[in-house]
Design a protein around this ligand. Sequence first.
Ligand SMILES: [Zn+2]
Length: 258
Amino acid sequence: MFKHQYIKIIAIILLVFTGSLAVFSIISWWYFAIVLLLWLHIIALGVFNIETGFFIETLCSQPYQDQRKIAISFDDGPTEFTPKALALLDTYQAKATFFCIGKQIERYPYTFLEIFKKGHTIGNHTFTHSNKTGFFTVSEMRDEIEATNGLVEKMTGKKMRLYRPPYGVTNPNIAEALKHTKHKVIGWNIRSLDTVIKKEDRILKRITSRLQPGSIILLHDISDRTLNVLEKLLIILTKENYRLVTVDDLLNIEPYEN
Ligand SMILES: [Zn+2]
């Protein structure tokens, strides 16, 4: 059972308890309102913070890592910026993980195949990356995931098993869909905010101040800004003797179905 189920049961018991006492004027309705607000607050934290693993088990790092491995992950590609990211990774003999959007794979099929051929891991990042992802039904969510899996299988012969939720959003419908598709959810423990922060140095500092063996770093191969940060980051990581590996290598899991 996921944490969400436990919290739901506790919240319902507390709501019934405080509600009953309030009905008989034994306590104020405020107690009922406080429990309700607290529950909604916890749900919101679970929806938007992937590291909580609130609705579904989520792998965000490998804390017991003694080999100085680190995994860089890229979301939202492939794009016109991906080839430069691949070239930089080659220069530093680094492997990475690319969580690809189905629609983007259709737009950049050769770049996508380049990622795969170079030995980086590919994962599912839905087909459309809709900003309504959090409001999809279970079957809409399954369609999103299965469409991208089908496309990738046609192109590479591999069935992806790793999934990265757009915007890091999970909820009961997404958890249910993933139970059917049997994907493992991969999060991160270092969010670069490279799509939000404008200054490259600030993005780099945000990452380097959080570095530790076993980390999963989230980047987006969608801008020159990220490529510039990547180059500086690779220099620093190499100097500090980190080994740059795919998330499946870091977490010791299978990225594809056999
Ligand atoms: Zn995304």
